[in-house]
Design a protein around this ligand. Sequence first.
Ligand code: SAM
Ligand code: SF4
Length: 488
Amino acid sequence: MFQEEAVKSWISNVIKPEQYEKYMENGKDFIDDEEIWKKLRANRNPEPQKIRDIIAKSLELERLEPNETAALLHVEDEQLWQEIFDAAGKIKEKVYGRRVVTFAPLYVSNYCVNDCDYCGYRVSNDKVKRKKLAFDELKEEVKALVEQGQKRLIMVYGEHPASDAKFIAETLKVTYDTKVGNGEIRRVNVNAAPMSVEELELLRDIGIGTYQVFQETYHHETYKRLHRGLKANYQWRLYSLHRAQEAGVDDVAIGALFGLYDWRFEVMALLFHAIDLEKRFDGVGPHTISFPRLEPAVGTPFYEKQKEYLVSDEDFMKLVAVIRLSVPYTGMILTAREPADVREKILPLGVTQLDFGTNIGVGSYSKGAFNPEKQQFLINDSRSLDEGIRWLASKGRIASFCTAGYRCGRTGNYFMDVAKSGKVHHLCMPNAILTFKEYLLDFASAETKKVGEELIKNELEAIKHPELKKTVAEYLERIEKGERDLYV
Ligand code: SAM
Ligand code: SF4
């Protein structure tokens, strides 16, 4: 596809040191490994009262300080953990209500110049079949997703000249322009390599949703050991979301790949990342935090060889709850990497976004195929969107396909203010109900419709404001008669 020389020359122009060095202080970034360990050590054996005070602070939707998070991470007592889990659920209800956002990942290209030890797409893996979607194929993928009823995607790309910023921008345009009957994708988020400010401006102009870059591990030494190629530059990656903010992409998403290093350390570092974004961008922290756990991948022995830091289900529950308490305003994403029973346990701990109908082989949606040799890693929850939505509804949770927030400019700073004051819920529940109704009419199975209609009835009842309740009831009738895309 690309001659070796062309790839080399492209690589040499990607990183712009002046675009991250300006954020560093005395040559240092905002993750001080020693400081994190010091704080973790200093907060061992916390008093129960101290933990309860911290829980109370989180319930007021205040972001925690690192020492407080460090104390939570050292709770031993089971009863106290239960209190933390309960608080995590309550915080989520306060900020986001009973809504859960659903989405699907769409892998566009798995060519990659990097060599991350744990990833199936790394350049040295000859067991993976390389594939980049042509625009016609992309349209077919998008159509297949729209036909499932999906409205939000996260599009995923390896780092390669074949999938540079210009290509990503074109694929966003193709995706937004693809319509099938009543259906269309209304929000496209992107998970791709770090880019320059200028490249991110290109994506901003085309209407990128959230831009997601996971630091994988924040521990400098471990990072260095596991990454080669462009990705070996820790700071280029660490400040990628600062550059996004600079470029006017105001919804940015952070994450750590749990299983590479000590989980308590990574939770602390995620908090420091949120704090630095808040500090520099007028209080706007991460729109979402992701906490993927390492999965086995085709042709990738890393998982089997390096088990030291793998996170147990029990610790996973703890780390999710502590993230929820530490950054109450942020969205939290739990992907289909996790099996259904784990998603069942983690959902009540403050998760706001889940993917369903997931297929992560490049080009697999339209072919309905499962291609492990085109996948980056293996997924564990293969429930369809319909099944996922029925499951959520049976738990009293309404799947929200609403993207009105973004069209109304409810992003970045505005969204943060609303989230921090715990009002997303009031603002978004009516639209969640309306988009849920659309989904039930256009895409749901008879079984899901039944559970879903019951949920809508209850949610309509729960709207306190009489005028708003009346409007939503009217809109529901109009949707029943065939209108679409109504929002308040
Ligand atoms: N290439 C871009 C990058 O590395 O940022 C974006 C795409 S990469 C395919 C998306 C994410 O997948 C990575 O950030 C990493 O956290 C995750 N990932 C890679 N290998 C994984 C594995 N074996 N199990 C679980 N997640 C993995
Ligand atoms: Fe490439 Fe991303 Fe996989 Fe690393 S994690 S090998 S950068 S696709």
